[in-house]
Design a protein around this ligand. Structure first.
Ligand code: C2E
Ligand code: MG
Ligand code: MG
Length: 309
C-alpha cells in the first residue's frame, strides 16, 4: 500500500481514525511532526522571495499521513490550536536561522486553520515572533476563502488585530471558493494565492485563463500581490508570465522539502534551471495580458452561439 492509500484508508475507517486521533495527540506532544518548506519565486528575476511551511507527519512505522488527513482530524479533535502554535513557532525559529547578511529578506508563509481565527491567536503570534526574533513583516499567515466566510464580521475583526502586529495576510486557494468581492475589498489582505485548480486548467480552458487574468488585474488594482500555486509545467509558467503574474510556486520550480535543501537553494541566486530560463525572457511580456488569451481563438463557442442567435 502506498502512502496516499494508507492515509486514505485511515481517514475512512472509524476504528483506525480513533487510533489516529490518539497518535496525533502523542505526535504533537512528542515532536513527531516536522515541517517541509516550498520555495516561492519572483517570475521576472527567478529570485526566491518566500517559502511556505507545510506540516508533515512521518510515523515511526514508516507510514506517512497526509496533511489533508491529519489537519482536518486536528480540527475535529481540538488539537489544531496546539498543532498550529507548534507550526508557527518551529517555522519562525527555522527561517530566522537562515538569514544571511546581504541576502534580500524572504517571506515565511504559514497556513492558519479556520479554527485558529479567533482572538487567542493574536497572543500566539506576538509570543512566537518575539521568542523567535522573527520580523513580523516577513511573516505571512495564509487563510482560505472558505474559513473567512463562516463568520465574516468576526474574521474581519481578527485579521485587523493580526495586522496591527505587523504580519502579512494572504488568501489561500483564491478563486476556488465563493467569497464576495465586496467583502474582499474590506479585508486587510496583502496577497492572493491563485488556487491550484485554476492553474491546472490554465492552458487548456479559456474560461480559467480569463479568471486568472481577472484576478491578476484585480490584485494590481487593489494593490495586492498575486502568487500562483501548483505550477507544474513550462506552459503554465509562460502563460502566467504573459498574464502578468508576479510570483509562482509549484513542483516545476521546487517541491516542498526539508529545511536543509531549501536553505541551500536560497543562497544560490537563481534557484532553479527554470528560473534562469524565465530571467532571460523579455520582462515586458507582463504587459501582454489580453494577447496571451489569443491562443484559445477569438471567441468561446458559447459567445459564438450567442452572437449568431
Ligand atoms: P495549501 O496551503 O494550499 O498548500 C499547497 C499544497 O499543494 C501542498 O500540499 C503542497 O505540497 C502542494 N503543492 C505544491 N506545489 C504543487 C504542485 O505543483 N502541484 C500539486 N498538485 N500540488 C502542489 P500538502 O503539503 O499536502 O498540504 C495540503 C494542505 O494541507 C495545504 O494546502 C494546507 O491547506 C494544509 N496544511 C499543510 N500544512 C498545514 C499547517 O501547518 N497548518 C494548517 N492549518 N494547514 C496545513
Ligand atoms: Mg497554503
Ligand atoms: Mg493553497
Amino acid at each position: 500500500m502506498d502512502e496516499r492509500s494508507t492515509a486514505h484508508c485511515l481517514s475512512r475507517r472509524p476504528k483506525q481514525r480513533l487510533r489516529l486521533r490518539m497518535d496525533l495527540s502523542h505526535a504533537i506532544e512528542n515532536g513527531e511532526l516536522t515541517l517541509h518548506y516550498q520555495p516561492q519565486f519572483v517570475v521576472h528575476s527567478g529570485r526566491v522571495c518566500g517559502v511556505e511551511a507545510l506540516a508533515r507527519w512521518f510515523r515511526a512505522n514508516g507510514d506517512t499521513i497526509e496533511p489533508g488527513v491529519f489537519i482536518p482530524l486536528a480540527e475535529e479533535t481540538g488539537l489544531i490550536g496546539a498543532l498550529g502554535a507548534w507550526v508557527l513557532q518551529k517555522a519562525c525559529e527555522t527561517v530566522a536561522g537562515w538569514r544571511t547578511p546581504g541576502a534580500p529578506p524572504i517571506t515565511l508563509c504559514v497556513n492558519v486553520s479556520t479554527h485558529q481565527i479567533d482572538e487567542r491567536m493574536c497572543a500566539v503570534i506576538q509570543r512566537v515572533v518575539e521568542q523567535a526574533g522573527f520580523p513580523a513583516e516577513q511573516l505571512e499567515l495564509e487563510i482560505t476563502e472558505g474559513s473567512l466566510m463562516r463568520n465574516p464580521e468576526a474574521a474581519l475583526e481578527c485579521l485587523r488585530q493580526w495586522k496591527e502586529l505587523g504580519v502579512r495576510i494572504a488568501i489561500d486557494d483564491f478563486g476556488a471558493g465563493y467569497s464576495s468581492l465586496g467583502y474582499l475589498s474590506r479585508l486587510p489582505v496583502d496577497r492572493l494565492k491563485l488556487d491550484k485548480s485554476l492553474i491546472r486548467r490554465l492552458t487548456t480552458e479559456r474560461k480559467d485563463a480569463v479568471i486568472v487574468r481577472s484576478i491578476i488585474v484585480l490584485g494590481k488594482d487593489l494593490g495586492v500581490s498575486v502568487i500562483a500555486e501548483g505550477v507544474e509545467t513550462e506552459q503554465q509558467l509562460q502563460m502566467l508570465q504573459e498574464l502578468g503574474c508576479q510570483q509562482v510556486q509549484g513542483y516545476l520550480l521546487a517541491r516542498p522539502g526539508p529545511p536543509e535543501g531549501v536553505q541551500a537553494l536560497l543562497t544560490s541566486r537563481w534557484g532553479t534551471r527554470h528560473c534562469r530560463v524565465i530571467a532571460e525572457r523579455d520582462a515586458t511580456l507582463g504587459q501582454q495580458g489580453p494577447a496571451a488569451l489569443d491562443r484559445f481563438g477569438d471567441v468561446s463557442p458559447q459567445f459564438r452561439q450567442a452572437s449568431a442567435s
